[in-house]
Design a protein around this ligand. Sequence first.
Ligand code: NAD
Length: 468
Amino acid sequence: MDGAKPSDAISAAFAAQRAKVEERRLQFGLTERRAALDKLARAIRQHEAAIIAALQQDFGKPEAETILSEILPVMQEIRHTSRHLRRWMKPKRALPSLATFGTSAQVVAQPRGVCLIVAPWNYPFNLCLGPLVSCLAAGNSAILKPSEMTPATSALIARLIADVFPPDLVTVIEGGKDVSQALLALPFDHIFFTGSPAVGRIVMAAAAKHLTSVTLELGGKSPTIVGRDANIEQAAKWILFGKFVNAGQTCIAPDHLFVHRAVKDDFLTALRAEIAKAYGSGAASPHLAKIVNDQHAARLTGLLADAKAKGARLLSGGNAQGRAIEPTLIEAITPEMEIDREEIFGPILPVMTYDDIEPVLARINARPKPLALYVFDRDQARVQHILDATTSGGAGVNLTVMQYTHDGLPFGGVNNSGIGAAHGEYGFRAFSHERAVLRNRFSLLTLIFPPYEGRTRRLIDLAKRFLG
Ligand code: NAD
């Protein structure tokens, strides 16, 4: 990391954006920001077929999933942001306290300046352009670094952005780890990183050198609990969708399940039936995305082989043909297995059985804080206890993954699963500096200025009495 030096092209791209920061601060207002978002929306509409084709080429993503999970979320983010931007940009008044009586106070959202957005491969379009919407809405410029693992989508993003924006506002720099590290060596005003906790640490360490603020959208192992009063059919349908959409390569996918013994058999029967209905048998369903590359496919088959060798039992699935891996259920997981430690990030679902919820909660709390936690149960008191006893970036009750799509909710993790939040107003604020502005109107505070004699002492005594 220390050796990473920005190339001339990277330094020039950064310098071009940096040179415009002051001008943008004065001239990139509500109208211009909305116009930029409009242009982006138009370009996405025009490139829809190319986006679908790129994702198909990169990892066989079904068209419906590309529309639902890559294109529509970005369009929705644009729409929601354009509609509410005026309100978000408006300075917020803060009421005075005793000490600030006679002043007027505002919180003013200012652009941070030049931002770096580093994106992962699993939703390569959405997770690159979604943050860009918030970044532009907050009045910043951006350098985008899409993932090298999805080269067709990255190239398409580079073309689309070059068509729409001047490089001193938005530019794309393609490349892998080395390019990413070269970018991270620059003094950005904000870094918005989406990826693994391991790389998140590298990003935060690089940001520390310049005291650059960061938003880290990371991952982890999201637990899912199916309680004894769960609606079994509903749980099976939602868990199927959350786990197997994008072939399990989803940061908020249920990573593993804890199912109450009383409903386990019924639940597994329902889940197997849902899998058969959605994907048929075998690994080659057109409704199931492929694994992004051979290396990740080998990692997943390796996780499965390691688990089986250490005593895990296959409940269904288990077939793999190259980068196509069948939805797979396994049980009898132990802590010695890699699958119990590593974020699975693929269509393999370990199922654990429990009788008492307390050891399950203790186990969840003993591990790094997850990005998501899901609970299926009709007993609201039991659900509330699980929510109260644990923490996670977000949580879903009787559903999965939809917390991502709600415009009014912050999307982000906690510690190991992330720092800060994205989406809607939360995304706008992530890319804004909230500047405190206090204006003097008739402040009486000059009365306590030195020399600290009789009158000042009396005022201090008064303030002490008032504050108790
Ligand atoms: P990754 O961390 O390997 O890569 C993400 C980005 O970082 C890529 O652009 C990559 O080029 C760059 N990068 C990789 N290694 C680097 C290094 N050593 N130094 C600097 N930059 C580096 O993540 P991934 O494999 O692309 O994505 C999967 C991970 O992302 C999973 O952990 C998943 O849970 C997480 N994720 C989180 C969210 C979220 O919103 N919280 C969304 C999607 C994925």
